[in-house]
Write a new protein. Structure first.
Length: 168
């Protein structure tokens, strides 16, 4: 979305993406475009002027979620208390996954996207710092941690225990 929009068009797009995010989070891909438009306070045609189909709208929402998670991972990687930052990131990612069906159902649509690569790179950096601090097993990388997020949304303490280095 590299072009600059008029202020009213940008507001409509922001409202549309916010409403779509809420709707997809609650109902997953079953949410209708009409419901999203109604929640955003825009016409059905406004949705399709910005997005060719519901799939493109879902992708835009999921990419926003990935960017938000990347910001959390980047901030965590810069924290002085590496263990607390790592645990905080994992819990935050797990909470996002647990409450957001869009993230659950839409993530596989992003496998070749730079936004997912940026998230993986940020988590890799955080995990590397956690390795250096001795708080995460050295045989696990950022992708491994991200694959555990769905399980962490159900069993955070079990996942955290499994990520810690073996002692003795």
């Amino acid at each position: 979305m590299g072009t600059t929009l008029r202020a009213d068009a940008q507001r409509n797009l922001d409202r549309l993406l916010e409403a779509a995010g809420e709707c997809f989070a609650e109902r997953g891909t079953d949410c209708s475009v009409d419901e999203i438009a109604r929640r955003a306070g825009v016409g059905h045609g406004t949705v399709f002027r910005r997005f060719p189909n519901k799939e493109a709208l879902l992708l835009a929402v999921v990419l926003r979620r990935l960017e938000a998670l990347t910001a959390v991972a980047e901030a965590a990687a810069d924290e002085p208390d590496v263990e607390a930052a790592f645990v905080g990131f994992l819990r935050s990612a797990a909470e996002s996954y647990a409450r957001d069906r869009a993230l659950v159902e839409g993530l596989d649509r992003c496998l070749d996207r730079p936004e997912l690569a940026a998230l993986i790179a940020a988590v890799d950096r955080l995990v590397q710092r956690a390795h250096e601090a001795g708080v995460v097993r050295p045989d696990l990388g950022g992708e491994d941690v991200l694959r555990l997020v769905p399980t962490a949304s159900l069993y955070p303490e079990v996942v955290l225990d499994g990520l810690r280095p073996r002692r003795g």
